[in-house]
Each structure stands twice: as C-alpha cells, then as structure tokens.
Design a protein around this ligand. Sequence first.
Ligand SMILES: Cc1cc2nc3c(=O)[nH]c(=O)nc-3n(C[C@H](O)[C@H](O)[C@H](O)COP(=O)(O)OP(=O)(O)OC[C@H]3O[C@@H](n4cnc5c(N)ncnc54)[C@H](O)[C@@H]3O)c2cc1C
Length: 406
Amino acid sequence: MSVAAAEEIDALRDSVNRFMESEVNPFMNDIEKSGEFPRGLVKKAGDLGFYGAVFPESVGGSAMGYVAAATVSEELARNDVRFAACNNQQGSTCPQCIYMAGTKEQVMKYVPPLLAGETIGMMSLTEAGGGSDALGAMKTTATRDGDVYRLNGSKMWASMANETDVGILLAKTDPDAGAKGVSAFIVEPKKYPGFEARPIEMHGLSKALRTNAVFLDDFVVPVENRLGEEGDGFKIVMRALQPGRVTVAAKALGVARACYEDAVQYANERVLRGQPIGRFQMIQSEIAEMAVAIEASRSLVYEVARLMDADQPSNRMAAIAKYHASQTAKLCADKAQQIFGGYGLALEYRVSWLKSYADLFFTGEGTANVQKIVIAEDALGYKVADRHHGRTGLRDPAKDDIAAEA
Ligand SMILES: Cc1cc2nc3c(=O)[nH]c(=O)nc-3n(C[C@H](O)[C@H](O)[C@H](O)COP(=O)(O)OP(=O)(O)OC[C@H]3O[C@@H](n4cnc5c(N)ncnc54)[C@H](O)[C@@H]3O)c2cc1C
C-alpha cells in the first residue's frame, strides 16, 4: 500500500479547495435553505476521490493513506463543514466496517459505490439510552427468521439515515451475551420495509445533511447482509471508529481554521476609534491564542495520521488528537465570536453557527470525557490504549487488498 508523498498531498489539498470554492461554497447557503441533500455534489466529491484515500484501487480508492484522508477532511471542513457532514459515512466508518469484515462479494458490491458517492452511507451504533455506553444502552434486537433477520427497536443520532442507501446498523442477536451478543448488518432502507428515519431539529447544524432518530419495525435484513459472524458486531464497529476519530479531529481542525481565518480578516477590516480592531492588543491576544492552538492541533492530527500510515500503534494518540482538536475548535469558535462582537451572533456570518460544529466534534465519535478516560487509564496503567493493535483479526483497507486475496 503506497503512502502519498508531500507533493501528492499538496495537490490533493489544492483539488479539495478548488472543488469547494467553485462547486460548493457559493451554493451551500441555498442548499441549506432548500433543505435538500446535495447528492450531485457528493457524487462529484466521490468522482474526485475525496472519500477513497485509505482504500485500495481495486475497490475504487486511491491508496493514498490517512494523511491524505485527514487532509481532505480538514479542507472540506475549513471551506464548509456542513458539506463535510457525510464524510465519515462515505469514506470512513461505513465502508471501513464492510471492508474490514465483509465477504469479498459484500466488499465489491457495497464499498465502490460508497467511495464514488453513488450511494449514501450511514453508521448507526448509538441508541437513546446513551452513546458513551453504546453496548449497555443497546436494546434493538435482530431475530433470525429463515433467510432474513427482523430488526426491532430504535436508534438515535443516525446521521444521513433519512437519505441512506447502504448503512451499517448494530443490533443484538443475543441480548444476554454482552459484547458478544451484538451483530453488525449492512442495511438497505430503501429496499426493505420497516425502517423509518425522522430528522432531528438541531441548533446551528445543517438542514440538508441531517442526523436522525430511526425506528425499526420488523425491518428486514437478508442473512447474506450480516457482517462477519453473529456476535462480531461490536468488535467490528469499535475498530472502524478509530480511523473515524482521526478524520473527525481533522474536521475540528478545519473548523478552527475557518474561525481563525474569518476572525483575522474581520479584525483587519473592522475599524473602531480610527483603526482596525486588530491593532488592539486584547484582540491580538485572542488571535495569537487561536494560532498557537491550531498549530498544536495540526501537529497532533497529522502525527496520528502518520502513525496509522506506518501501521504503528495510534489509539492513544488518536484520543489525544481528537480531544485537543475539538477543544481547539471550541476555543477558536468562541474567540471568533468575541472578535465579531454582535455580528458574531448574526446568521449572515458563519462564525455564528461554526460553534455548533465545534460542540458536535467535542461530543461525536467519542466524547471529550471518553477520550480523557482512554488517555488517563493508559497513563495510570489501568488499560493500555493500544492493547488491540495488530490483533483485531480484521482486514485493514490501508494495508490489505482484498482483490489480491486468494
Ligand atoms: C449531530 C450528531 C450526529 C451524530 N451522528 C452519529 C452517527 O451517525 N452514528 C452514531 O452511531 N452516533 C452518532 N452520534 C452520537 C454520538 O456519537 C453520541 O452523541 C456520543 O457518543 C455521546 O452520546 P450521548 O449524546 O448519548 O451522551 P452520553 O453518553 O449520555 O454522555 C453524557 C455526558 O456524560 C459524559 N460521560 C459519559 N460516560 C462518562 C464517564 N465514564 N465518566 C465521565 N463522564 C462520562 C459524556 O462525556 C457526556 O459529557 C451523533 C451525535 C450528534 C449530536
């Protein structure tokens, strides 16, 4: 598996920026007003290879690696984080689960269209009873009925579920068996009855790329769509969330940069008492603190991506990077709002809603407290964060090529 060189990464960064500046940024406010999911743009992003960085070419990826994936996430989010909301469903968690645990038929059928942006993905783990205790909270059941499973229950916060063609959904096949009672399913809500997604009204988040409550009423999943064996589900999803954490950290970095860039521009343009407010030392202090936090986050995010590209243990560093980058996004969103004064609360300026995304990255894909628990338990010797490295027994898209398997 090749790892992209610096010039290739620069070219990729330019390509994301060109695409966003010409095809997305000018239209995103209108898309938000319409509330329509931008399928055409997701397809274009797929055609440009933005979702396939860590997958081999045989399934439609570019095999460029995690530094490339982080670069795409950072720049998409810096340009317009609302459009980046489906990034992980298209290029990370959802296709990763299928690639890591699927049969060759499942991989070849479902992964290439997701990476191409032709089908819309979903990763539905969380239930209403608590995201940080996904296992303890899981009540949804999957009961075998001949050639199909029937799924009953409800899921919470399933992003893109109202649009999804192909998703991963976790349910209990044996409610008394703890983690070993959870199975993962490739679900196709448009093809089979019993799946209802209800978008949740969110403060400051996209109205076109949405998160949902999902209700399952004898929802049909063919047995051939089970991922791995019964009971493998929790292991599969935990492994797939780790690379997702790096791209979420990169998105948080992108949001921090968007806040910083807008604040610098505003501080140079806003004139008070006869001079740009950037001349005031207290405004300079805010800008300096933002710059320092962003550079530290950037180092952490790309260090994790490099560790992953080198197949080194990276779980502890991913927790550190995700924690730091989401803190940085919150800090920068807060400071940018202060620099904008009252205008920082007006919808006309994106700093008014970027704060909501900073808050989301603080919570989604493992809350800040959960990251701190991983870091501290490792430090205290209670639980080694990288204990599963190289021992999952699952395929890794960044290392293996299923097409080459015997
Ligand atoms: C917009 C959005 C999109 C999302 N998209 C998806 C998706 O596509 N798929 C999906 O499966 N999920 C998704 N999620 C769910 C997300 O991953 C969860 O919100 C997250 O895991 C936290 O779960 P919770 O909201 O139930 O909070 P809880 O787990 O109830 O946590 C509440 C608080 O308690 C703290 N806490 C929890 N455990 C401990 C502890 N041991 N010690 C100290 N503090 C603790 C948490 O840090 C948090 O501050 C999404 C969420 C949002 C808001």
